[in-house]
Design a protein around this ligand. Structure first.
Ligand code: SF4
Length: 366
């Protein structure tokens, strides 16, 4: 059996951030224990039992909102079902407000070897505006605690184009993130998603967002600062020290298969992609009754797979293999003429300009 990427979705957070449209719930108490129990049962009876793990990734939600013992039990179950391949990258996302030295030590002991810290900003006013539970000082502490616990592969997530954010403030955020000395940076533009409190504020004109031009400038600031600090940009929003690229996310961008567990988790094996029922209570009921966990399921035809291979692969700096992706020849020519795409040997990739027109370039060539 080929090794596969394994994703585990823990859907709980201490509170819900104003911009968040992830499958996450501000719940506490018995439902958390019940969900962990159901996830353990789901993993134990997976049809993929025995298929080795190429990578394991705990995301959410906030995995570190779970108690250390529950995180360890879940990872143990995953490793029983999916024996990790040598050097297997095992990541957990971590919210700085939900971790301490003891929790990181216990996670390292359990087998996690990579931590992704959701910092988002070093300014408390931004963190309050975003609805985050942590404050700036907790970011440095979280990185130091993770490092002291033995983690030598740490990512920091930051967001730009926040309400009221200036270029100067973004620049300071970048410098403070770089000064932490971590191996990886994920630098994302805030997107306003429907069905979020931020979307309602946006419709009422209450969100003071940077202009499109301002966002482009902030993105360019990010790329320059990361490069100067020795990070290689390997994906539109991701920057790594040599050899520290996120192997799990590379599996997604390379359109590989992934097995997934937990409420709302999405799995793709073969041509089938399906989504677990999203609400934790419904998920628990289905697992406990041994019923089908899917709320959506689709069979990916060759046209869809081709589109996704191009859409995801173009996000990577190394681009996509033209022989494999088989782009539309006329569309590719147009994208080259517009300066969005360049070709090098068998590969096509976005240019620096093309990174600002990624979606339009994909529509042309796919
Ligand atoms: S911590 Fe992350 S998953 Fe949880 S509410 Fe905030 S953005 Fe959503």
């Amino acid at each position: 059996m080929d090794p596969v990427a394994v994703y585990v979705h823990t859907p709980f957070c201490p509170s819900k951030c104003g911009y968040c449209d992830f499958n996450s719930y501000a719940m506490e108490g018995e439902i958390i224990k019940r969900t962990v129990h159901a996830m353990l049962a789901e993993i134990d009876r997976t049809p993929h039992f025995g298929r080795p793990a190429k990578t394991i990734f705990f995301g959410g939600g906030t995995p570190t909102f779970l108690e250390s013992q529950d995180l360890a039990r879940l990872l143990e179950a995953v490793m029983r079902a999916h024996p990790p391949t040598p050097g297997c990258e095992i990541t957990s996302e971590a919210n700085p407000g939900t971790v301490d030295a003891e929790k990181f030590a216990s996670m390292r002991e359990a087998g996690f070897n990579r931590i992704s810290i959701g910092a988002q900003s070093f300014f408390d006013e931004d963190l309050i505006r975003l609805g985050r539970v942590h404050r700036s000082g907790e970011i440095e502490r979280a990185v130091a605690n993770a490092s002291n616990a033995g983690f030598d592969n740490i990512n920091v997530d930051l967001m730009f184009a926040l309400p009221g954010q200036s270029k100067k403030a973004w620049c300071e955020n970048l410098q403070r993130a770089i000064a932490l000395g971590t191996e990886h940076l994920s630098l994302y533009c805030l997107t306003i998603e429907e069905n979020t409190p931020f979307y309602k504020e946006f419709l009422k004109g209450l969100l003071d967002l940077p202009s499109d031009f301002g966002q482009v400038e902030m993105y360019e600031q990010a790329c320059e600062a990361a490069e100067e600090a020795g990070f290689n940009q390997y994906e539109i929003s991701n920057f790594a020290k040599p050899g520290k690229e996120c192997v799990h996310n590379l599996c997604y961008w390379n359109c590989e298969e992934y097995v997934a567990y937990g409420p709302g988790a999405v799995e793709r094996v073969g041509n089938r992609r399906w989504t677990h029922v999203k609400h934790p209570r419904l998920y628990c009921e289905r697992v406990e009754a041994n019923e089908d966990l899917a709320c959506e399921s689709e069979t990916l035809d060759s046209k869809t797979l081709r589109f996704e291979r191009i859409m995801l692969g173009l996000r990577l700096n190394e681009g996509v293999d033209i022989q494999v992706a088989k782009p539309d020849a006329q569309g590719l020519q147009q994208a080259i003429e517009r300066g969005w795409i360049t070709t090098e040997g068998d590969r096509m990739k976005l240019t620096a300009l093309g990174k600002h027109y990624c979606n339009q370039a994909v529509v042309l060539v796919a």
